[in-house]
Design a protein around this ligand. Structure first.
Ligand code: BES
Ligand code: ZN
Ligand code: ZN
Length: 467
């Protein structure tokens, strides 16, 4: 689908937006939030009309607008026309730029389908061109360009997440990251097993040792901010998580191809920043491997010395994400010298037991960093909820025979306490996206056809405005 910020003379359908009670057609259309009312034209050469309700004029937010535009785009899918014009926009209390950005995000993020494995690759969508009229700001096409770059980065991430484990394993994930880096304009280096061994990333290597699909360490850098400090990003990159010898149930196994969502989102953030030529300095690390079983796999009870030197007793091989992240976090802080770090990981199923798919648990050891993150999340409409990093939980991960063990009760919190051991005082944010990276049921209207992309827009905006 193509999007244009201009008028079009011969649309087949014109969309008019209305606020609640602005237009009352005998109660058939009251302008309620997300309400759509289609009136066909009976005259040839005269366009059809689609009324689009935006709800209460006083209550509109960029978030409600984003969601309603996603609904609007889905309505277009039902209409068998090529050219649609969205007309007459009253920006109400939102600034014109904010309104446009939210509107485009809602439309562009909904414009996604994963058709690769369907024999019939014909697109379900019939609409080809969407024209949006009524915006008079000079930089409107810059905003369209920016949102298009972010949406296509998220769509690439969605493609990777949808890809099954037989076709997407560490080597393939790294290959895709390289393609995206080259196309977007950021640096990338892919380290193989021998180099990872030399670095001493034993906790990471241990998880991936039971398979022919060897691990990769993907190191990315985008450097366009002059001499400002580098911010670091780390994404969990399990291309397959069976649980290992602490094997998952058949129910639990079904969606574990998506255990690399954090990695896909980190790559999407790098791509968005680079394509939009943001004046920032960022480094990103993905320690990608698969957690499967053979005679060489790690086993419950094994003990390993991590890259940082701390010893870990592995009581559950399904708590593998934190082992890979422990080394990745230490590597990005110690070797890549970032001044702050954010990690995102599909880490604990318990995150979903607590919040469902509505909120992503957020942990931080730094108030200022946390506040800035949450301020930004308000604008992007992604929901996070803070969880405690209380020192009293440290004893939960005490091991009788090593420095720590890899599982404990209070699962989402103690997973985070485990990671905290590897960041020391570096300002850090941990996002457990286990239940929000993909959503059941769908919370954001625009994520119904794939992974949600949650964290990408918030972290992009956070870094872009300067942290
Ligand atoms: N990848 C899973 C977490 C997960 C579960 C993500 C469901 C998405 C949906 C993770 O590696 C895992 O297995 N965590 C365990 C931790 C436990 C063994 C302490 C879990 O959540 O059960
Ligand atoms: Zn696991
Ligand atoms: Zn996992």
């Amino acid at each position: 689908m193509n999007f244009y910020l201009e008028n079009f003379e011969k649309p087949e359908v014109i969309v008019y937006t209305y606020y609640e009670n602005e237009k009352n057609i005998k109660e058939l259309f009251e302008g309620k939030e997300g309400q759509l009312f289609f009136i066909p034209s009976l005259e040839e050469n005269k366009p059809h009309t689609l009324y689009f309700g935006l709800g209460d004029k006083e209550k509109i937010t960029n978030n409600s607008l984003r969601n309603n535009c996603a609904k609007l785009l889905k309505k277009f899918d039902e209409l068998n026309f090529e050219n649609i014009l969205i007309e007459k926009i009253d920006f109400s209390k939102l600034e014109e730029q904010v309104f446009l950005k939210a509107m485009l995000e809602g439309l562009l993020l909904t414009d996604y389908e994963f058709k690769k494995y369907k024999s019939d690759k014909k697109e379900d969508k019939k609409v080809k061109n969407v024209y949006i009229n009524g915006f008079n700001i000079n930089n409107k096409n810059d905003i369209l360009n920016e949102v298009s770059n972010i949406a296509s980065a998220i769509n690439n991430a969605r493609d990777m997440i949808a890809e099954p484990t037989n076709n997407l394993y560490p080597e393939e994930l790294a290959k895709r990251a390289v393609e995206i880096a080259n196309e977007s304009g950021f640096k990338i280096e892919v380290l193989e097993e021998e180099q990872i061994k030399e670095l001493g990333m034993n906790a990471f290597l241990m998880v991936g040792q039971g398979t022919n699909h060897k691990p990769r360490l993907i190191v990315m850098e985008y450097n366009n901010g002059g001499d400002i400090d580098f911010i670091g990003l780390v994404g969990k990159g399990l291309t397959c998580d069976t649980g290992g010898y602490s094997i998952k149930s058949h129910e639990g196994l079904k969606y574990m191809k998506a255990d690399m969502s954090g990695a896909a989102y980190v790559i999407a953030i790098m791509s968005s920043l680079a394509k939009n030529k943001c004046k920032v300095n960022v480094k990103a690390v993905v320690a990608t491997c698969e957690n499967v079983i053979d005679g060489n796999s790690y086993k419950p009870g094994d003990i390993i010395t991590s890259m940082k030197g701390k010893t870990i007793e592995v009581l559950n091989t399904d708590a593998e994400g934190r082992l890979t992240l422990a080394d990745a976090l230490h590597y990005i802080i110690d070797k890549q010298k970032v001044s702050k770090v954010i990690d995102m990981a599909t880490l604990t199923g318990l995150a979903g037991s607590t919040f469902g798919s509505l909120f992503t648990p957020i942990f931080s050891n730094n108030e200022e960093f946390y506040e800035k993150f949450m301020e930004t999340a308000k604008e992007t409409g992604e929901d996070f909820w803070r969880m405690p990093l209380d020192e009293r939980y440290r004893s939960y991960i005490d091991s009788d025979i090593a420095d720590m063990k890899n599982t404990a009760s209070a699962g989402t919190i103690t997973a985070s306490m485990f990671l905290k051991e590897f960041v020391d005082d570096t300002p850090w944010i941990h996002l457990d996206i286990a239940a929000t990276a993909s959503q059941w049921p769908v919370v954001y209207e625009y994520s119904s056809k794939g992974a949600s992309g949650v964290t990408v827009r918030t972290i992009y905006e956070l870094i872009n405005k300067g942290v």
